[in-house]
Design a protein around this ligand. Structure first.
Ligand code: ATP
Length: 240
């Protein structure tokens, strides 16, 4: 396994946000975590990238226990994240934002910049525009592009579809597929379960800090409980 999250418990003060979450991500896979608001999806990603400490359990990356490794070292080790709510630098240009993504890296970044511009032609067109004046969808592209500049082995994506129009959601998911096809492993957290399950190879369903199901994504698309709870197409719904 490239990334293994083993039975992690995470607290905010006295509140248990994760109560024993186990997730595995194999090399080359797209894995998705789906679940309702507050299920613990964002907390899981933040714990993997080192933004939240563990109470117990462990995280393994390329066979190494990284549970206590500081966040910046995890980034350098190959764990890249595009955070929820974009998190780009609003006063910096698109190009500067992209260069910031590569700050912890050695070597030339020209090839990576070229690849990001290939994936997101819109960023190339607007390379000199301040990041903060880009549209919501463009900022999402910029956040993903910036994360790719670090050349991650696994890319953590937090709700890439959030706040986007349906056409743009489709576009972002197609690009994530392409990023994966070019060799990057992806762990994506989504409320948009339908799209996420169509994109991913495998999926985990989180409920109040626990994994309640894990299966090939296609199977969950046909699972009556998942359809009722997350796809709005359960028994009695049109098309069920
Ligand atoms: N900074 C915080 N302080 C206290 N509690 C928090 C904090 N961040 C998250 N929580 C709590 O931890 C639990 C898990 O939250 P988390 O953000 O991981 O859920 P989520 O599945 O990503 O939800 P959403 O889809 O709404 O983003 C929730 O009960 C939330 O209220």
């Amino acid at each position: 396994m490239l990334l293994e999250i083993r039975d992690i418990h995470v607290h905010y003060g006295n509140i248990a946000a994760l109560k024993g979450v186990t997730v595995e991500v194999g090399e080359g896979e797209i894995v998705t975590l789906i679940g309702a608001n507050g299920a613990g999806k964002t907390t899981t990603l933040k714990t993997i990238s080192g933004l939240r400490p563990l109470t117990s359990g462990s995280i393994w990356f390329e066979g190494r226990d990284i549970s206590r490794m500081p966040g910046h070292k995890r980034l350098m080790a190959g764990i890249g994240q595009a955070p929820e709510g974009r998190g780009i630098f609003p006063g910096m240009s698109v190009l500067e934002n992209l260069y910031m993504g590569a700050y912890a890296r050695k070597g030339s970044v020209d090839k990576d910049l070229q690849e990001v511009f290939e994936l997101f032609p819109r960023l190339a067109e607007r390379r000199n525009q301040p990041g903060g004046t880009m549209s919501g969808g463009e900022q999402q592209m910029l956040a993903i592009g910036r994360a790719l500049m670090a050349r991650p082995r696994v890319l953590l994506l937090d709700e890439p579809s959030m706040g986007l129009a349906p056409m743009l959601i489709q576009q972002i998911f197609t690009i994530i597929e392409e990023i994966n096809r070019r060799g990057t492993t992806v762990l994506v957290v989504e409320q948009n379960a339908q799209q996420a399950l169509q994109l991913a190879h495998r999926a985990y369903v989180l409920e109040t800090g626990r994994v309640v199901k894990s299966a090939p994504a296609r199977e969950l698309l046909d699972d009556p409980e998942v359809r009722a709870a997350y796809l709005g197409t359960g028994a009695g719904a049109p098309g069920a």
